[in-house]
Design a protein around this ligand. Structure first.
Ligand SMILES: [Zn+2]
Length: 113
């Protein structure tokens, strides 16, 4: 027996965050600067601050108030949302750059050869 006294292991909260993202990810609303409104499982919503410009992550849910040292499921769900949004934005930027290159600077160079 270890002397860990944390009520629930972080992996459980992270898995619950993944489940929350899968079920309600489309309802997460970015408010800007790493702040999100995240739906609660039993109605209502919480405000999550991922502290992307420094400081400490926070969530307005009761679980985070009790265990601010842990990642609540809303923090986990909004972290997944942010990662997915950033990946999508990078993909779209790469596609725009590729299509600009195909239309513009590469074609005249190819014609000159
Ligand atoms: Zn929370």
């Amino acid at each position: 027996m270890t002397n860990r006294s944390v009520p629930a292991p972080p992996a459980t909260r992270e898995l619950r965050g993944l489940a929350l993202y899968r079920e309600h990810g489309a309802e997460i609303e970015p408010l800007g600067k790493g702040v999100y409104t995240v739906p609660g499982c039993s109605g209502g919503s919480y405000t999550v601050d991922l502290a992307v410009f420094g400081g400490t992550e926070s969530c307005s849910c009761p679980d985070h108030a009790r265990h601010p040292e842990l990642t609540c499921k809303h923090l986990a769900a909004s972290t997944i949302y942010r990662a997915k949004s950033r990946a999508k934005a990078r993909r779209e930027q790469a596609e725009r750059t590729a299509s600009r290159a195909a239309r513009g600077s590469v074609a005249p160079l190819a014609a000159a050869l």
